[in-house]
Write a protein that binds this ligand. Structure first.
Ligand code: ZN
Length: 281
C-alpha cells in the first residue's frame, strides 16, 4: 500500500520491537490458547458468551447488496483493556499461528488462500478497511475457509501520531466493513507497525477486540528472497510462535512462494498450524 514509506515504516518497526521487547523482558507477555485441532463446524449449536460470535454465516448472507457498509449489525462485547499485546500462544503441543497483514490484495491473497486450503490450514488475516472495502469477496472466502479476520485499521497509519478520535475512526470503520464482508465483527486487533499506545488498547477493547502482535517477523516486506523468508519462518518455528507476513503493501510474490515451501515443511515437522481462541481473564 502506498502508505508505507520505507523509512517511516522501518523506524516504526524498531519502535514497535522495543515496546514488545520491553513487555517480554518484564515477563508480562500474554499468551493465547489454541483452537481445537478440528476444522470449524458450521452447524455448531448456539452457545452463550463471546465464542458464539465466531459462528460463521453462509456466503449468501454476506453477498447481499449493501448500501455502504451501514451500521454494525452486532454490538461489540467490550473486553478488558490490556497494557501490552499478546505476543505468542500457549497450549499443548507444537502449535503455531500464521498471520498475514495489510490486505486483502487480489494479486496475492487468493494464492495464499489456495495454499492454506490445499493443506487444510487456518490462518489470521489482519486487514485494512480500505483494502477490505475493495475486496469484500476475499473476506467472504476467508470466512468460508474458517480463517480469522482481524482489524488492522482503515489506512494503516502510525496510530501513536493520531488524535484519539482519529484512532477511533480508523478502527471502528474497519470493524464495520469486516462485519459486513466477513459476517461478524473482528475480535482481534493489530496496530500498524506494532505501534501501540494506551488509546489503541482502550479503543480496541471498547470495540470488542484483543490486541495481538507477533513472535517472529518474517520481514517479507523487505523482499529478501523466497528462500530467506522460508528460512526465517523455519528457524523461528517453535511451540506457540505467531508468524508475521504480509499479503499486500507491495510485491508479495515472495511471500506467496515462501508459504508454499514452509507450510508443508512445518506440517511435516509435526507443527499444528492453528488460530487463537480468545481467552478472557
Ligand atoms: Zn501492517
Amino acid at each position: 500500500m502506498k502508505k508505507d514509506h520505507p523509512l517511516t515504516r522501518r523506524r516504526a518497526l524498531i519502535a514497535g520491537a522495543a515496546v514488545l521487547g520491553a513487555a517480554g523482558a518484564a515477563g508480562t507477555a500474554r499468551f493465547l490458547t489454541a483452537e481445537p485441532a478440528t476444522k470449524p463446524v458450521r452447524s455448531l449449536p448456539p452457545v452463550s458468551g463471546p465464542q458464539a460470535r465466531r459462528a460463521l454465516r453462509p456466503s449468501a448472507y454476506r453477498l447481499e447488496p449493501m448500501a455502504g457498509y451501514g451500521p454494525p449489525r452486532h454490538t461489540p462485547v467490550r473486553t478488558v483493556v490490556r497494557h501490552e499485546p499478546f505476543l505468542r500462544m500457549s497450549g499443548r503441543g507444537r502449535t503455531m499461528v500464521l498471520t498475514f497483514d495489510d490486505g486483502p490484495d487480489p494479486h496475492y491473497t487468493p494464492s495464499i488462500l489456495r495454499t492454506l486450503r490445499k493443506y487444510d490450514v487456518r490462518a489470521m488475516f489482519f486487514v485494512c478497511g480500505e483494502m477490505a472495502l475493495e475486496n469484500k469477496g476475499l473476506l467472504g472466502e476467508m470466512a468460508d475457509d474458517g480463517h480469522i479476520v482481524g482489524n488492522h485499521t482503515w489506512t494503516h497509519p502510525l496510530l501513536t501520531k493520531l488524535s484519539r478520535s482519529a484512532i477511533h475512526s480508523e478502527i471502528e470503520r474497519t470493524c464495520e466493513v469486516i462485519d459486513d464482508a466477513y459476517g461478524e465483527p473482528p475480535v482481534w486487533f493489530r496496530a500498524p507497525y506494532g505501534a501501540w499506545n494506551r488509546a489503541t488498547f482502550q479503543i480496541g477493547a471498547e470495540l470488542g477486540m484483543e490486541p495481538l502482535a507477533w513472535t517472529v517477523d518474517s520481514l517479507d516486506w523487505t523482499t529478501p528472497g523466497t528462500g530467506t523468508i522460508t528460512d526465517r519462518v523455519e528457524s523461528g518455528a517453535a511451540p506457540g510462535v505467531v508468524i508475521l507476513s504480509h499479503d499486500a503493501g507491495g510485491d508479495r510474490s515472495q511471500t506467496v512462494r515462501a508459504l508454499r515451501d514452509y507450510l508443508p515443511q512445518l506440517l511435516d515437522s509435526g507443527y499444528h498450524i492453528t488460530v487463537p481462541r480468545r481467552k478472557f481473564t
